[in-house]
Design a protein around this ligand. Structure first.
Ligand code: UGA
Length: 476
């Protein structure tokens, strides 16, 4: 099938590349001409595992192409995927102006009938507005527009795998032809009939994806409801972590047992600094606003958002209690991206932590294997290091802000020897507390009880720590 993709952000690039990978003819466009020039030569502007190789291979096989001529892209596809951004407005609602612009573009450029598919995350009823704009501004009499919603459930860092091996695919459609066309597009994925270049030695033996066909409104709601539920699940785990600290439980033990109940499931129960990124925080806000506008008070979602905002306060309490005076302290930051395996720092908890550290006069050094360039552009005062050991050298404290596997694997003995004070505050509960304490670190994290953290005696060759706690080291 001939497919056009409008918007070459991470959703558009993954969608376009993966649809080409499974055999379609795909043309992508974006309103940033520099981005298109780079993409044409196979330069991918984002860090997303497998994307570079797959994009280059499909460029070579000429199933995938890029154009800065949006009209050309619109005319080329039988089906057009809208993948433009829907960032939050001041009031938390989604800014739909890019969708509106694309609708005008399609309406004026299309000469033939098209199926227009919303892939961008949008509030319920956007599909109907989109159809109205397409019909009202239609320039060429022969062109009929059908609209469908096909929400994405791609996680940054595993987006290519998520696209090719999804657990579910949702079609929000109002007519049979659109459903048929979408089935045709996704047939290779639904029937697993494509050569998977991600898993060359065999794909994971997961069940085949479930296809869910709904109305357009339901499909739009499914997306917001999914992301909001994940956000609530994380906030729930974070509140349990706070209770663990107060009453002496271990969040890892609690969530492990919780997650073994198949009705709950083990994922998205990792306590720590909370959720960031360009999806969960904005989708939670947009869903709250949508509910409000419809006369529904989504109190529990508001609470989840509040809990999330408080994570940084709690983390900073730990920093302040451990360091006492933050001013002039050498603070090393491990991890800047909003989560591992991405270079994305949008709404990353690290940004607020950096802002507060700098405001209090700390000297900050940082390392992240993918996100330093983007962070330096915002915080030129932060000294970015080429490797994590440089961050540790002479530091009064190390903060773990992203759960990169690389940090778990560090030579922590070496880190210990490099630091002025072997203090680690782990905002992602990434490290093993007992092992850290055994190595002689003062170690703080979220939701692990003091007695557990002090249970392992330090070996003779490392200094014993005076007091180690998941909560307040200098508290009375
Ligand atoms: C999220 C959803 O997971 C995807 O299904 C969805 O398609 C995507 O948004 C989107 O709307 O495009 P993503 O933003 O890539 O994906 O990130 P997540 O993996 O959901 O993580 C979000 C944040 O929650 C990260 O900051 C992560 O560190 C945090 N998190 C995640 C936790 O604090 N605890 C957990 O247990 C899991």
């Amino acid at each position: 099938m001939r497919i056009s993709v409008i918007g070459c952000g991470y959703v558009g690039l993954v969608t376009g590349t993966c649809l080409a990978e499974v055999g379609h003819q795909v043309i992508c466009t974006d309103n940033d001409p520099e981005r298109i020039t780079a993409l044409r030569t196979g330069v991918v502007p984002i860090y997303e595992p497998h994307l570079d190789a797959m994009l280059s291979a499909n460029l070579r096989s000429q199933r995938l192409s890029f154009t800065s001529d949006a009209g050309e892209a619109v005319r080329a596809g039988e089906v057009i995927f809208i993948c433009v951004g829907t960032p939050p407005l001041e009031n938390g609602e989604a800014d739909l102006s890019a969708i509106d612009n694309v609708a005008h573009l399609i309406a004026t450029e299309a000469c033939q009938s098209k199926l227009v598919v919303e892939k961008s995350t949008v509030p319920a009823q956007t599909g109907h507005q989109l159809k109205r704009v397409l019909d009202v501004y239609r320039r060429n009499g022969g062109a009929e527009f059908r609209v469908a919603s096909n929400p994405e459930f791609l996680r940054e860092g595993t987006a290519v795998e998520d696209f090719l091996h999804p657990d579910r695919i949702v079609f929000g459609v109002d007519d049979e032809i659109s459903e048929k066309q979408l089935r045709e597009i996704y047939r290779p994925i639904l029937e697993r009939q494509f050569r998977c270049s991600v898993h060359l030695s065999g794909c994971p033996a997961t069940p085949p994806p479930k296809l869910v066909v709904t109305t357009i409104n339901s499909a739009e709601l499914i997306k917001h409801a999914s992301n909001s539920f994940l956000a609530m699940k994380i906030s729930y785990a974070n509140v349990i972590a706070d209770v663990c600290e107060k009453v002496g439980g271990d969040i890892k033990e609690v969530t492990r047992a919780l997650g073994l109940d198949p009705r709950i499931g083990p994922r998205f129960l990792d306590a720590g600094l909370g959720f960031g990124g360009f999806c969960l925080p904005k989708d939670v806000q947009a869903f709250i606003r949508l509910a409000e506008r419809s006369g529904v008070d989504f109190g529990m979602l508001k609470e989840a958002e509040k809990v999330n905002k408080r994570r940084i306060d709690l983390f900073f309490d730990k920093i302040r209690q451990a360091l006492w005076v933050v001013k002039d302290k050498k603070v090393g930051v491990l991890g800047l991206a909003f989560k591992a395996n991405t270079d994305d720092i949008r709404f990353a908890p690290s940004l607020e932590v950096l802002r507060r550290l700098l405001a209090e006069g700390a000297q900050v050094r940082a390392y992240d294997q993918a996100a330093m360039r983007r962070t330096s552009a915002i915080f030129p005062q932060v000294h970015c290091c080429r490797e994590p050991y440089e961050v540790a050298r002479g530091a009064d404290a190390l903060l773990v802000l992203t759960e990169w596997e690389e940090f778990r694997q560090l030579d922590w003995e070496r880190v210990h020897n490099l630091m002025a004070r072997p203090l680690v505050i782990d905002g992602r509960n990434l490290l093993n507390p007992a092992a850290m304490i055994e190595r002689g670190f003062e170690y703080y994290c979220f939701g692990r009880p003091p007695e557990k953290l002090t249970a392992v005696p330090a070996p003779a060759h490392v200094p014993k720590v005076a007091r180690v706690s998941a909560s307040a080291p200098f508290a009375a």
